[in-house]
Design a protein around this ligand. Structure first.
Ligand code: NOJ
Length: 552
């Protein structure tokens, strides 16, 4: 078997720069802060970092509203800081990908400021403008923005609507305009020439919209993983996954493929593989990876996870490669979605790191950092403040609660996030940070952090886990998942017990060796005809052999 690409074998770690580490003591994370923590990242064993946006921005959507694609937000540092970060990260063997927001800019971007000066301005065509319906201020069609409400905003001065598939402060770029394409490709080149290892592409499925501006069809179903009321009543047929969007992914892929060493693209798009697989391109010539939101949104159920993983395997079979994650900066932290239960969280991280696909981890997930309840008056996320999102996501308002400062130490005011313990961070730290933090966990053999590090270390030693095929085994207990990862004769059997009771199951490979357990990290035990699984235990059995003695 040919060796897989680096981004297929890698464990990615998402850093939300504003919240990771504050070296300048102003309560806001920065690039020097990340540089200071590179040893931590190396010890963790991750292979690549995804940095959420670091470009200048009015921060109305905390970096996802870019006002200059060619430099660094001064709150986070300078280009020299970035170069230092890139160089030091690479010298540790860790890659860096940047978050690129191609769909829209900030309404404070000079292009948009120009575009809205008058209808004849040359930059006008860089965005999408339309007259209202019936000569009135009624939006041109029924398109909704992803966060709810009309996707059209009235511009008083020039008496037209502009399109925004996200917030009104994020006008959509007109990707049918050649100058827009050229300019954005030049920015991609600029960062690739610097040596970055790839891009995460923000809401890439919405890049193009129907040129005829047809109304989206109605729908009475809440689309999977539409984390808002937006798509509640319509199918985004004419606003997402258009053929032109897929062609553009292919063009971006061509660009990154022209670089050595190899670079990669991971796209953000809604839903499950049935919906997003087109972004991988007709001949696997589109995005390298697309985040699987359907997987993220499953309840704690072996059956549901099995269905989603099997569906993903069927749709994204070789040479396509899935991409799994549980947490990011947009959704309540995984552990809190499962009742802050550490055992469940360990089991799910174990699942994440043993699947066929690239796993992404969100900063603090390795500690089991909880979702923080932020008092309403301190909410910073614009979405939390929108009327439509007053309907909480589960128990939580907006996205601030998963963006709180990384918990480094037991220091009560800022958990070691800022270098001075008396500095107030931009968002409050979790009340339980004196208990859940790096300092406390790093020497504790039973901690989440230790578990996570060992699992990554172990994963690296087995090609079957990083590169192998995946096949489910039938199992009579519906709270249990068993699958095999395999490369040539190397086989790893992955067993997960989703039940709060212990169970016994028959062992397909009675001579296999237990090599890793979520409850007991260092083991090497011969197994028997029956394998016992403790409540919420995840177990790895290692076995060598050619024959498929237990094939479905
Ligand atoms: C998706 C990003 O993950 C989210 O944080 C952002 O608000 C929107 N895209 C708009 O860019």
């Amino acid at each position: 078997m040919k060796n897989k690409k680096w981004w297929q074998k890698a464990v990615f770690y998402q850093i939300y720069p504003r919240s990771f580490a504050d070296s300048s003591n102003n309560g806001i994370g920065d690039l020097q802060g990340i540089i200071k923590q590179l040893d931590y990242l190396q010890e963790l064993g991750i292979d690549a970092i995804w940095l959420s946006p670091i470009f200048p921005s009015p921060q109305e959507d905390y970096g996802y509203d870019v006002s200059d694609y060619g430099t660094i937000n001064s709150e986070y540092g300078t280009m020299a800081d970035f170069d230092e970060l890139l160089e030091k990260t690479h010298s540790l063997g860790i890659k860096i990908i940047l978050d690129m927001v191609l769909n829209h800019t900030s309404d404070q971007h000079p292009w948009f400021l120009e575009a809205r000066t008058d209808r004849d301005n040359p930059k006008r065509e860089w965005y999408i403008w339309k007259n209202g319906r019936n000569k009135r201020k009624k939006p041109p069609n029924n398109w909704k923005s992803i966060i709810g409400g009309s996707a059209w905003e009235w511009d008083k001065k020039t008496q037209q609507f502009y399109l925004h598939q996200f917030l009104p402060c994020q006008p959509d770029l007109n990707w049918r305009n050649n100058e827009v394409q050229e300019t954005m490709f030049n920015y991609l080149r600029f960062w690739l020439d610097k040596g970055i290892d790839g891009f995460r592409l923000d809401i890439i499925h919405t890049l193009f919209e129907d040129s005829g501006f047809r109304d989206n069809p109605r729908s009475w179903r809440l689309l999977p993983s539409a984390n808002s009321t937006a798509y509640l009543f319509q199918k985004p047929k004419y606003t997402s996954f258009l053929g032109e969007t897929i062609n553009m992914c292919t063009r971006i892929r061509k660009l990154i493929d022209s670089y050595t060493p190899e670079r990669m693209l991971v796209g953000e798009a809604t839903g499950g593989p049935r919906i997003f697989h087109s972004l991988y391109g007709k001949d696997n010539d589109g995005l390298n990876l697309v985040f699987n939101y359907k997987f993220r949104d499953q309840p704690f159920s072996a059956k549901k996870f099995k269905e989603t993983i099997q569906e993903t395997e069927n749709i994204l079979s070789e040479p396509l490669w899935p991409c799994y994650f549980f947490s990011n900066h947009d959704k309540a932290r995984m552990i809190s979605r499962y009742r802050n239960d550490e055992k469940k969280s360990k089991l799910l991280l174990f699942l994440l790191l043993t699947l066929r696909g690239t796993p992404f981890i969100y900063y603090g997930e390795e500690l089991g950092m909880h979702q923080v309840k932020i008092p309403k008056q301190s909410l910073r996320d614009p979405i939390a403040n929108l009327q439509v999102m007053r309907i909480p996501i589960g128990k939580f308002f907006g996205r601030d609660g998963c963006r709180t400062p990384m918990q480094w130490t037991s220091s009560t005011r800022n958990a070691g996030f800022s270098s001075d313990p008396n500095t107030d961070p931009w968002l409050p730290v979790a009340k339980n940070s004196p208990i859940i933090n790096v300092e406390k966990q790093k020497n504790d053999g039973k901690s989440m952090l230790t578990f996570f590090k060992r699992l990554i270390q172990f994963r690296k030693t087995k090609r079957a886990l990083t590169q192998g095929s995946l096949k489910f085994f039938p199992v009579s207990n519906r709270n249990c998942l068993i699958f095999e990862r395999r490369v040539e004769t190397e086989r790893i059997l992955v067993l997960l017990n989703f039940n709060k009771k212990g169970i016994q199951i028959s062992n397909p490979y009675p001579s296999a060796t237990k090599v890793f357990s979520t409850l007991n990290l260092d083991i090497s035990l011969k197994t028997d005809r029956l394998v016992s699984l403790h409540p919420f235990e995840g177990l790895l059995l290692s076995y060598k052999g050619k024959n498929n003695i237990y094939a479905q």
